[in-house]
Design a binder for this molecule. Structure first.
Ligand code: S3P
Length: 167
């Protein structure tokens, strides 16, 4: 049994779904954004402000490696995790990668007002559209499995749970 790595755009439900699935299966839950904040003793906007996106991505890579070495669980990742091929290799080598796929309009509604995501600061809907079009191919090619994240939370949790039983 390996990790189940949840990937997908900001607002696709990785943390909420991951936590619920881990609770139901009695497996550990990891959240890369939370672990980055704990390790740096700073919020994500603070890390972006002080170290730029590249500093944040370096911390993200360390955390992925750290989680990969821990007992198998459900890991929610930050939306940009797939930007670094090293992360994809680490995730693939330690478990199954599951994409929570959702359309931009749903993400935009779900995110609502948010000032804790630096990459959306310049205009949420437009940035979501731009980021989704830059990343869609990479999300899909990185994933072992794709779960439709536009349904109810219960449906998404059930689909991810089924993916876990196969992992
Ligand atoms: C990012 C997504 C965020 C967080 C950071 C960058 C991205 O995580 O890691 O703000 O590049 O898509 P969520 O996907 O949990 O919002």
């Amino acid at each position: 049994m390996g990790h189940v790595w949840l990937i997908g755009m900001m607002g696709s439900g990785k943390s909420t779904v991951g936590r619920l699935v881990a609770d139901r299966l009695g497996r550990p839950f990891y959240d890369t954004d939370e672990l980055i904040e704990q390790a740096g003793d700073a919020s994500i906007p603070e890390i972006f402000a002080e170290e730029g996106e590249s500093g944040f991505r370096e911390r993200e890579r360390w955390v992925v490696e750290d989680v990969a070495s821990r007992p198998p669980g459900i890991a929610a990742t930050g939306g940009g995790i797939i930007l670094d091929p090293a992360n994809i290799k680490t995730m693939r080598g330690s478990g199954t990668i599951v994409l929570l796929a959702a359309d931009v309009e749903m993400l935009n509604r779900r995110i609502g007002y948010s000032d804790d995501r630096p990459l959306l600061a310049a205009g949420k809907r437009e940035r979501l559209l731009a980021i989704a079009s830059e990343r869609t191919e990479r999300y899909r090619s990185s994933a072992d499995l794709i779960v439709d994240a536009t349904g109810s939370i219960d449906d998404v949790v059930a689909d991810v749970e089924a993916a876990c039983s196969e992992s």
